[in-house]
Design a protein around this ligand. Structure first.
Ligand code: HXC
Ligand code: NAP
Length: 307
């Protein structure tokens, strides 16, 4: 069966949802999701919550909240509260939006403390925060390369390390790192993101080895091109989601956010209790056959950046 589940373009909850997994799969678990206020991370939060989980969504633009009451008072206009309110409204589970830059360990520690104060536990960490843009290596500034490495790779380590210290070491846990297949073949215009995500896949294996004895499972989920996301808009242009047909890929279509959330749900759940150190590719086979656009480099020929 290869029919995709329904999805919606924007950062909105699904109008209807048919459970494929048991609805209680994550009952009363708590998931900490970086980048959970938008795109794939938002849908992961929603699908987890539809399976009984409470969530913390953490990114730069989400407001820090001091008390649950404050969330109610401030919710009207701020995007983080809007995302959390949509998620809680659609699922009747709790969602705490927190402001945090994955490059700033003190901010991560404060956010994790806040989450533990609110929920008393964290069972699952989803490292979904990332930054990306198209740029040829020859025009990429030192700081541009470093910025993407800092967000994607160091950010994943920083948040994992804090969660380990503050909860997982003593209680066990599950980590799913959202990566990509860009580095598998060396995608044009993507040396920064491809290198950063490949390093995260290596980190997945290292942490799985070191933290397995503490009952911590660590896996990667590598999506292909996914409709209704900032990632696709940045890499494929504003028109990219208009048609979901992709003839160059084995399943001949884009994926959707719900499909990615289902794969992440599997890895985070007890269904994957013996799975650790793995990279699950959910891309319709795209990386095997997708054209590598070396011609696209020419469009960037006149572009240069300061070093
Ligand atoms: C070249 C660029 C650039 C671009 C920024 N830079 N955008 N270089 N082309 N389009 C350079 C800047 O000039 C600067 O270098 C350095 O990068 C840092 O830029 P800042 O704007 O100061 O960084 P920051 O504010 O930290 O923002 C990070 C960001 C931004 C990555 C640049 O775009 C961001 O916040 N993105 C988050 C959302 C996002 O990217 N979502 C998509 C994820 S999709 P100099 O030298 O000038 O100082 C994804 C898909 C993967 O990851 C796989 C898909 C198949
Ligand atoms: P997105 O909506 O832009 O998601 C990225 C998230 O990361 C945003 O919520 C952003 O929120 C957060 N973020 C960025 N920098 C951060 C920082 N320094 N600290 C904390 N949070 C930060 O894009 P998406 O396309 O859904 O991508 C989600 C994940 O899937 C990423 O890991 C991406 O690499 C991966 N992926 C996507 C595709 C695709 O086709 N879309 C394909 C392969 C892999 P703030 O701006 O509020 O910080």
């Amino acid at each position: 069966m290869a029919q995709p589940p329904p999805d919606v373009e924007g950062d909105d909850c699904l109008p209807a949802y048919r459970h494929l997994f048991c609805p209680d799969l994550l009952r009363d678990k708590v998931a900490f999701i970086t980048g959970g206020g938008s795109g794939i991370g938002f849908r992961i939060a929603e699908i987890f919550m539809r399976h009984g989980c409470h969530t913390v969504i953490a990114s730069r633009s989400l407001p820090r909240v001091l008390t649950a009451e404050a969330a109610g008072l401030l919710s009207a206009s701020l995007p983080g509260f809007q995302a959390a309110r949509k998620l809680a409204g659609a699922t009747s589970r709790r969602c705490l939006p927190l402001s945090m830059d994955v490059r700033a360990p003190p901010a991560i520690m404060a956010a994790v403390d806040q989450a533990l104060k609110e929920f008393g536990r964290i069972d699952i960490l989803i490292n979904c925060a990332a930054g990306n843009f198209l740029c040829p290596a020859g025009a990429l500034s030192f700081n541009a390369f470093k910025t993407v490495m800092d967000i994607d790779t160091s950010g994943t380590f920083n948040v994992s390390r804090v969660l380990y210290e503050k909860f997982f070491r003593d209680h066990g846990g599950v980590i799913v790192n959202i990566t990509a297949t860009l580095g598998n073949r060396g995608q044009a215009l993507q040396v920064h993101a491809g290198s950063a995500k490949a390093a995260v896949d290596a980190m997945t294996r290292h942490l799985a080895v070191e933290w397995g004895p503490q009952n911590i499972r660590v896996n990667s989920l590598a999506p292909g091109p996914i409709s209704g996301t900032e990632g696709l808009r940045r890499l494929g242009g504003p028109q990219a989601s208009l048609s979901t047909k992709v003839t160059a890929s084995p399943l001949q279509r884009l994926g959707n956010k719900t499909e990615i959330a289902h794969s992440v749900l599997y890895l985070a759940s007890p269904l994957a209790s013996y799975v650790t150190g793995a990279v699950l590719v959910a891309d319709g086979g795209a990386w095997l056959t997708f054209p590598n656009d070396v011609k696209g480099l020419a469009d960037f020929a006149s572009f240069s950046a300061k070093l």
